[in-house]
Design a protein around this ligand. Structure first.
Ligand code: SAM
Length: 287
């Protein structure tokens, strides 16, 4: 396990992922009933952008900084507000020093009755996460293999909520592991919302992944993605996406607003693009 999210925190892929995450959480908060978020690959939770790792790549400069510097128009402004407020909450004094990872963003949005289970296998990242949430009765941090937890921890006792699966894609076969993990978890908890992150780097692998999902026998799957450039000649992170199972009913409409706005802000050139597709359920409407 070489991957450290500190090198990439706040990059364009984090922006898209965390914008989707916050929209799902806002939806879950519309009902009084408590919910749980299970974050299977949680990372360290909080990233110092002045650290050596973040400074080395500077990726946040072409990610979150672009959004913070933008003069956002409505309705995108309101839709992105919960995400940007989670970033602002960590940076009361300076414009941007700390970037929140998915557990931190989730924690920011929980009500007193909601819970977060954050799972991380890498010992230093898990330690950082445990330290961050020490004594917080709403957050349970587990140093575990997230793939095993995906099978073992669903359904949560609340029977409502989100499973976020955000693996580092540093091993072969991560796309297949996602589909297999999703099918198993979905069998145990068909009513849960699942969000699986994936990179758009190996374009043929992404096409196979989408095909497998279309044939996975799961009723409702929404695929949202954004590419900051067209396909590169050499493998490069050209974009990223999230596959959302049982998407909240407003998510597609919200992403129709958010993605074009983010695509303009995060574009590296005029070949940037975004798409929304139902891989299962609804009509296979593609944008
Ligand atoms: N979800 C985080 C966020 O949005 O802020 C970023 C997570 S990062 C992309 C992936 C994380 O998964 C890394 O921190 C890595 O150490 C961790 N990881 C790798 N293999 C894992 C496994 N089998 N189980 C749980 N965590 C794992």
């Amino acid at each position: 396990m070489n991957y450290r999210h500190g090198y990439h925190a706040g990059n364009f892929a984090d922006v898209v992922k965390h914008a989707v995450l916050t929209r799902i959480l806002v939806y879950l908060k519309r009902k009084d009933k408590p919910f749980r978020v299970i974050d299977t690959h949680a990372g360290a939770g909080l990233y110092d952008l002045s650290s050596e790792a973040a400074q080395k790549t500077g990726e946040w400069r072409s990610g979150i900084v672009k959004v913070l510097e933008a003069d956002l128009a409505e309705p995108a402004k309101s839709l992105l507000a919960p995400y940007l407020e989670a970033v602002a909450a960590l940076n009361p004094a300076e414009p941007l020093r700390f970037y929140p990872g998915s557990p931190e963003i989730t924690r920011h949005l929980l009500r007193a009755r909601d819970r977060l289970t954050a799972i991380e296998l890498q010992p230093q990242e898990a330690f950082a996460l445990k330290t961050r949430f020490d004594g917080d009765y709403q957050v349970r941090v587990l140093e575990l293999d997230g793939w095993l937890a995906l099978g073992a921890h669903v359904p949560p006792k609340e029977k409502r909520g989100l499973v976020l699966v955000d693996p580092p894609f540093e091993r072969e076969g991560e796309f297949d592991r996602i589909v297999d993990g999703l099918v198993k978890a979905h069998r145990r908890w068909p009513g849960g919302i699942y969000a699986f992150w994936y990179p758009i780097k190996d374009h043929a692998a992404v096409a196979r992944f989408r095909d497998r999902l279309r044939n996975a026998g799961i009723a409702r799957i929404l695929d949202v993605s954004l590419s900051v450039r067209g396909p590169s000649p050499e493998p490069r992170l050209d974009g990223s996406g999230l596959v959302v199972v049982n998407p909240p009913f407003l998510l597609e409409e919200e992403m129709q607003t958010i993605l074009p706005t983010l695509a303009v802000l995060l574009a590296e050139d005029d070949t940037a693009s975004w798409r929304i597709e139902h891989l299962a359920g609804e009509d296979a409407a593609q944008t």
